[in-house]
Design a protein around this ligand. Structure first.
Ligand code: F6R
Ligand code: MG
Ligand code: MG
Length: 372
């Protein structure tokens, strides 16, 4: 029977600002999944990155299953009650709807799910990013699945040399899921053309063209498309199956050494480099910098091993130092030019309101108007 891996995450409150959830909050989510998941799920793992809590579950009910989604939703409600009782900041922030309607998609929490035929040994990675949006994975996925400069497997492994299929979503299209499928390597320039626009075109999934199997699932929801206004950054999660017909763990991790600039950071409105961090890291500098954690697992008949903390390994200390310098360098530029996101992506309305009020005070100089 196929195995489903589901990860559902939400920001339901944190200590000392948008920093990290409290221990009691995390314990309440864990307790709910532990009791409510009996007979429903095969295994689970609860983690937090920045101010977000993620519930990873294995089961056999397929993707988008109402009972699995309700289990996570109710766990977040239980956590929200604790967050309120403790006076945590942003209690229940990502639970944007009052009543559960069968699927948490479109209700605030981020979801990444995959239904797979479990391989005899099945390694996979679970990424969680905070203070950024789903486009933060565009560049790492492009490099890992389409660029032999990053991924030698694309030229060394006959299966991987058949390439990968990218399913890309236009996340600005709110009336429904607007999707395109493109094949690497033939459509490389088309893939590049879309993925450079990290705020609009987002990789939703990646598939092996050799076997047809799915390797990647990314949560693509945009909170402001759901709520119609700023409600926090989208803070995505991602699942990546690795090895054999897929890139190796190291090929998937390597792009994060770049510390590429992503949309996010303070008030979700800046360009700040993405810092790979150990599991359970909170935010700090400039409400960030945007963070990404990576837990590695093996799964057998749905049972998970303990997590390996991929960005805790010493190599990443130097990367973090480098990313911190990049963040400070960009911050020296404050709100000017490339340091702040373009107008349409600003998560707060202050600048737009101010521009509107200045509009009436502009005047076209008489003599110039006469010349033209
Ligand atoms: C960004 C984020 C934070 C907040 C900032 C102000 O995604 O969550 O940077 O935008 O701390 O928060 P409020 O408006 O809640 O005071
Ligand atoms: Mg938050
Ligand atoms: Mg967050």
């Amino acid at each position: 029977m196929p195995l489903t891996i589901s990860v559902i995450k939400a920001d339901i409150g944190s200590i000392g600002g948008h920093v990290t959830p409290s221990r009691r909050l995390v314990e309440s989510v864990e307790a709910h999944i532990h009791s409510g998941g009996r007979g429903l799920i095969l295994d689970h793992y609860i983690s937090h990155t920045g101010d977000d809590i993620a519930i990873l579950m294995t089961h056999t009910r397929g993707t988008g299953d109402p009972r699995i989604h309700k289990l996570a939703w109710d766990a977040f409600l239980a956590g929200t009650a604790v967050a309120k009782a403790q006076g945590l900041y942003g209690a229940g922030q990502d639970l944007l709807k009052d009543s559960f309607s069968g699927n948490v998609k479109g209700m605030g929490p981020a979801v990444a799910e995959m239904e797979i035929e479990e391989r005899p040994n099945e390694p996979f990675l679970f990424f969680a990013a905070d203070k950024t949006d789903p486009g933060c994975f565009n560049l790492p996925l492009y490099l890992a699945f389409a660029d032999p400069m990053n991924t030698p497997g694309l030229v060394l492994s006959p299966a991987m040399a058949k390439g990968f299929r990218f399913r890309i979503m236009d996340v600005n299209h709110v009336e429904g899921d607007r999707i395109i499928e493109l094949n690497a390597p033939e459509d490389l320039y088309d893939i590049a053309t879309l993925l450079r626009d990290q705020e609009r075109f987002v990789v939703e999934s990646v598939w092996s063209r050799a076997s047809g199997e799915q390797s990647v699932a990314v949560a693509t929801s945009r909170l402001h498309n759901i709520a119609g206004k700023y409600t926090g950054k989208d803070d995505p999660v991602m699942l990546v199956r690795v090895q054999m017909n897929f890139p190796a763990t190291g090929e998937i991790l390597t792009p994060y050494a770049m510390g590429h600039y992503v949309g996010g950071g303070m008030r979700g409105s800046h360009q700040v480099p993405l810092m790979p961090v150990p599991l359970y890291t909170g935010t700090s500098y400039f409400d960030g910098p945007p963070l990404v954690s990576c837990a590695g697992f093996s799964v057998h008949h749905g049972k998970l091993t303990e997590a390996v903390d991929n960005f805790a390994q010493p190599f990443w200390n130097t990367v973090r130092d480098h990313v911190a310098l990049k963040a400070v360098e960009m911050r020296r530029q404050g709100f000017f030019g490339a340091a702040m996101l373009p107008m349409a992506e600003l998560e707060y309305t202050g600048i737009r309101d101010r521009l509107k009020s200045l509009e009436a005070r502009f005047q076209v100089r008489e003599e110039m108007a006469a010349v033209s």
